[in-house]
Write a protein that binds this ligand. Structure first.
Ligand code: UD1
Length: 331
C-alpha cells in the first residue's frame, strides 16, 4: 500500500528523535515539527525540521497539505511531573489543548493513522505495582491527567471517524542511541538513570535515593526501565500495524520486570568503574513503590521484539551519551 509522509511532533526531543532516526533508516518521508523548547536541532537525524507549535492550527494544516502527510506521531509534550503539579495549566495547555488542536487538523485533513506518546503515569499508583492496559486509570498528577485526556480525545475521534490510532503508555524510558548520535540532553534532569550518569561524569556530586523503606526486596522503588531504542522500534511496529489495517488500541511499553534504585546505581558504578556518592534520603511525594508493566499485549499485537532488555546495556548507553555531552553539548 502506498503511504504518505509522516508528521512527527516533538521529533527533536529525546524519544521523538530516536523514532525519527529509525523512520529515516526505514526510508520513510518525515517532517518534524518542534518548538525546540526542550528539543535540539542536532537531534533531528532525518527529514525536514519545521520550528513551530503543535497547537498552531494554520501551521499544522499547511504542513499536512504541503507534505502530503497521512500519519502523525505525536511526542511534543511537557514531561516533568513535579513541574506539572506546580503549574498544571502549562501541562493542560500543551499536553491537552495543543493535542486537541492537532487532532482537529488531523480530522480536517482525513489523517489515516495517529500514534501517541502516552505514559504509565495514567495508572497512578496501581495496587499490585503491575499495570495492564485494563488496569484502572487514576493519575495522581496533572502530567498523567493531561496525557490521559488526550488518550480519551483520540479514542473518541477514532470512533467517530476512519482514523485509527495506537496510544503507547511508556514506562521508565532510559538509555540512548547505541551509536551515540543522540540521547537525553534536557537540562535539570530528574529521571534516575540520567541523574546517576550525570553524577558519574561529575556534573553532580551526589545521587539521592528517594526512599529506602519501601516494601520491596532492597527497600527502594522498583521500575520497568526500557531502552529508548526498543521503545522507538515499538512506534515503527505500531505504524506497520496500523497500515496493515490494525484497529485502534492502547499498549503498555515496558519489559514486564523491574529493577530497584540500588540496582540502577550499581549498574552505573559498574559501567563507570567508580563508586558514586549516594545519599539515602526520604521518599519523594507521589512515587509509587513499584510500577511495572504487564507487557504481553504489545508483543502479541504489534509483534514487538525488544533487543536491549538489559540494565547494563541501558546504563552503558546513557553513560556514553553523558560523556559525549561533556565533549560536545547538544545544540
Ligand atoms: C517518572 C514520572 C512518571 C513518568 C516517568 C516516565 C515522576 C514522579 N514520575 O517516573 O510519571 O511516567 O517518569 O517519564 O516524576 N529516584 C531516586 N533518586 C533520583 C531520581 C529518582 O531515588 O534522583 C527514584 C524514584 O524514587 C523512583 C525511581 O528512582 O523510585 C525512578 O524515578 P524517575 O526516574 O524519576 O522516574 P519515575 O518517577 O518512576
Amino acid at each position: 500500500m502506498a503511504s504518505g509522509s509522516i508528521l512527527v511532533t516533538g521529533g527533536a526531543g529525546y524519544i521523538g528523535s530516536h523514532v525519527v532516526g529509525q523512520l529515516g533508516e526505514a526510508g520513510e518521508q518525515v517532517v518534524v515539527l518542534d518548538n525546540l523548547s526542550t528539543g535540539f536541532r542536532s537531534a533531528v537525524l532525518h527529514g525536514e525540521l519545521v520550528i513551530g507549535e503543535t497547537g498552531d492550527k494554520e501551521l499544522v494544516d499547511r504542513i499536512i497539505r504541503e507534505h502530503d502527510i497521512d500519519t502523525i506521531l505525536h511526542f511534543a509534550a511537557h514531561t516533568i511531573v513535579p513541574e506539572s503539579v506546580e503549574n498544571p495549566l502549562k501541562y493542560y495547555g500543551n499536553n491537552t489543548c495543543s493535542s486537541r488542536n492537532l487532532l482537529e487538523c488531523a480530522d480536517r485533513a482525513g489523517i489515516k493513522h495517529f500514534i501517541f506518546s502516552s505514559t504509565a503515569a495514567v495508572y497512578g499508583i496501581p495496587e499490585s505495582g503491575a499495570a495492564d492496559e485494563n488496569s484502572a486509570t487514576a493519575p495522581i498528577n496533572p502530567y498523567g491527567s493531561s496525557k490521559l485526556m488526550t488518550e480519551w480525545m483520540l479514542r473518541d475521534l477514532s470512533l467517530a471517524t476512519d482514523m485509527t490510532h495506537v496510544a503507547l503508555r511508556y514506562f521508565n524510558v532510559a538509555g540512548s542511541d547505541p551509536e551515540c548520535r543522540i540521547g537525553q540532553s534536557t537540562p535539570n534532569a530528574t529521571l534516575l538513570t540520567k541523574v546517576a550518569c550525570e553524577a558519574a561524569v561529575g556534573i553532580r556530586d551526589k545521587v539521592y535515593i528517594f526512599g529506602t523503606d519501601y516494601d520491596t526486596p532492597d527497600g527502594t522503588g522498583l521500575r520497568d526501565y526500557i531502552h529508548v531504542d526498543d521503545l522507538a522500534r515499538a512506534h515503527l511496529d505500531a505504524l506497520g500495524y496500523l497500515r496493515d489495517g490494525g484497529e485502534s488500541t492502547t499498549l503498555n511499553c515496558g519489559y514486564g520486570h523491574g529493577y530497584s534504585v540500588r540496582d540502577v546505581l550499581a549498574a552505573v558504578e559498574k559501567a563507570n568503574g567508580e563508586s558514586l556518592d549516594i545519599i539515602e534520603s526520604p521518599r519523594r511525594a507521589g512515587d509509587p513503590p513499584i510500577l511495572i508493566a504487564v507487557a504481553d499485549r504489545i508483543q502479541e499485537v504489534l509483534g514487538w521484539q525488544p533487543q536491549h532488555d538489559d540494565l547494563d546495556f541501558i546504563v552503558r548507553t546513557s553513560l556514553a551519551w553523558e560523556k559525549r555531552l561533556l565533549d560536545k553539548p547538544a545544540d
